[in-house]
Structures are given as C-alpha cells and as structure tokens.
Design a protein around this ligand. Structure first.
Ligand SMILES: NC(=O)c1ccc[n+]([C@@H]2O[C@H](COP(=O)([O-])OP(=O)(O)OC[C@H]3O[C@@H](n4cnc5c(N)ncnc54)[C@H](OP(=O)(O)O)[C@@H]3O)[C@@H](O)[C@H]2O)c1
Length: 271
C-alpha cells in the first residue's frame, strides 16, 4: 500500500494549524503532530518518530524553538533519515530568513533524497496578533531592544497557502521560496500603523537588552525563549533582512499581503 497521509509537525503552531485546516478542507487525511497534537510528537524524544512517519506521503515541518539552536541540524537529520526509511516522499521546511544557522538545516533537507520545498520566511506579522508582541500592542507600550531597523513582516496566511500547495502540488518540488511581505517596516512603524488602523495611542520604546530580559522574565517567558529573542534582536535584526523578496509571488502567482490588509483582517483581535 502506498503512503497516503499528510503529516504536519508543529500542528498547534501558528502556521501548522493553518496548513492542517487547508488539508482537511481538501479532504486529505492528516497526522497533526506536536506534544499536544492528536499525534504525539516531541523533538526531545525520538522513540515514536518511526510511528509518526509511517504511511506519510508528504510532511510540513516547523521546528521549535528555532532552526538556529545548536541541536537543530541533528534533529532535522534524524527526522529526514527516518522519513526516508518510511518512504516519505516530500518535505516542506519552514525556515528563517537571514539565519545563517538555519542554512545547515535547509541543506540537510535539500539533500535528503525526498523532494523538498523550503519556505524561508521573514518575521511573522502574526507575532503581533498571536505571538508575544500581541500583549504589548494591547497594553499600548511596545518596548523592544531594537531601533530603526526595518523588517519586511510576512503574513503567515501566505506562508500557509504556500506550504499547503507544496504538499499537494508537484510544481513546488525542489523550490526555495524566500517570503516577505511587501512593506519594509520598523517596529515603530508597526505601532504607528496599528494606531492609525484602530485609533489607538500606543507607543514604541527602544530599551536595552538587559531591561528587555527583565521584562520578559517578569511576565513568565522562559530562559530558552529569552535566549532566542536575544539572538533574533541582536543578530538577525541588524539590517540584513531589510529588503523584499518575491517568494509569495513566485509560489502563488499573486502579491504578498500588506501590513494594512493584515491589520484589517485581524481587527477582531483588538476590538
Ligand atoms: N515567529 C516568526 O516570526 C518566525 C519567522 C520565521 C521563521 N519562524 C520559524 O517558525 C517556527 C515556529 O515558530 P513559532 O514561534 O511561530 O512557533 P509556533 O509554530 O507558533 O508554535 C510552536 C509549535 O511547536 C510545537 N512544539 C513546541 N515544543 C515542541 C517540542 N519540544 N516538540 C514538538 N513540538 C513542539 C508546539 O506545539 P506543542 O506545544 O503542542 O508541542 C506548536 O505546535 C520556528 O522554527 C521559527 O524559527 C518563525
């Protein structure tokens, strides 16, 4: 019997849950995998990975917390090797733009022997609606250790559209899509756009890295997540990503979603 199911690793995450909805709407059989998913999967416990990968035709992989952490290449290699043994045909990897460490993981995927798609994404717009920064916006004070550097935030509905299509459509085989939104925005620009869209009076403040850590610890963010945020704010947000890429247009034949449209779509979050 040939493999017939679709596997999503990071099933409860921002992009994973969207890809699952699309697969289910297309009447595909889905294994929704994460520590609390309907299929249990833990990056820190490989004991059931062969079961998770059994009877899988194609998989969408989101790594947690970030492909830049030291153990990520070993985990991605182990996953790909087991996937090959189980005759998984295709892997789509969500990667991070401007993260040199993530390149090692991308290379493992692209030389895995499976067909592949890499979606190399800029910062998500949804960090402001579903992630850590949502609460900062709601509270009216976004205090981050960053200045005027600009980032082309991407709407993860665009990422999910690409990831879904890559699992079911051969045209995305062995393609790398670098995806960004169409607007280069500083964090201060983001707060300004939010204020304009929702008639708010939020403020942006640049703060020191130690104060940022202190604030995060106070609201219960764990040390591992703080370390990743330090890495992102000090290394990745140094201007290297302050340029647009056309991965959404290439993959979907339409422009990426703008920040303005994203805010309008998410009006309900802030009402
Ligand atoms: N956020 C961004 O702006 C951005 C930009 C570019 C790339 N990325 C990449 O996107 C990926 C996802 O990041 P995210 O912050 O947006 O998270 P997310 O996908 O919203 O959520 C994390 C997912 O990982 C699962 N998870 C957490 N710990 C796990 C573990 N030990 N084993 C298995 N599953 C685990 C969680 O489910 P359970 O709790 O049920 O396990 C959840 O499904 C990361 O690789 C990140 O580098 C993010």
């Amino acid at each position: 019997m040939s493999n017939s199911q679709y596997l999503v690793i990071g099933a409860t995450g921002k992009t994973g849950k969207r890809v699952i909805s699309k697969l289910r709407a297309a009447h595909k059989t889905v294994k929704a995998a994460s520590r609390s998913g309907s299929v249990i999967f833990d990056w820190n416990d490989k004991s059931n990975w062969p079961d998770v990968l059994r009877n899988v035709k194609a998989m969408y992989v989101t790594y947690f917390p970030d492909l830049a952490i030291p153990g990520a290449p070993d985990d991605i290699r182990a996953l790909c090797e087991l996937a090959r043994q189980q005759n998984v045909g295709h892997i789509t990897l969500l990667s991070g733009r401007g993260e040199s460490e993530a390149l090692a993981c991308e290379r493992i995927v692209t030389s895995s022997g499976m067909s592949w798609t890499v979606v190399r994404a800029s910062w998500f717009m949804q960090n402001f609606t579903e992630g850590l920064f949502a609460q900062f916006l709601m509270d009216g004070s976004v205090a981050l250790p960053v200045g005027d550097v600009k980032e082309p935030f991407v709407d993860i509905d665009d990422i999910a559209d690409i990831a879904f299509d890559s699992l079911i459509n051969d045209k995305h085989k062995n393609k790398l899509y670098e995806v960004t939104g169409p607007d280069l925005l500083s964090f201060s620009d983001v707060v300004e756009a939010f204020n304009q869209a929702f008639q708010r009076k939020g403020a942006f403040h640049q703060i020191s890295l130690p104060l940022f850590s202190e604030n995060l610890t106070r609201i219960g963010v764990d040390e591992g997540a703080i370390a990743i945020l330090h890495y992102l704010f000090t290394e990745v947000l140094d201007g290297r990503n302050a340029n647009l890429a056309d991965g959404v247009q290439q993959a979907l034949g339409r422009p990426p979603t703008s920040f303005k449209t994203f805010l309008q779509k998410n009006r309900h979050v802030f009402d």
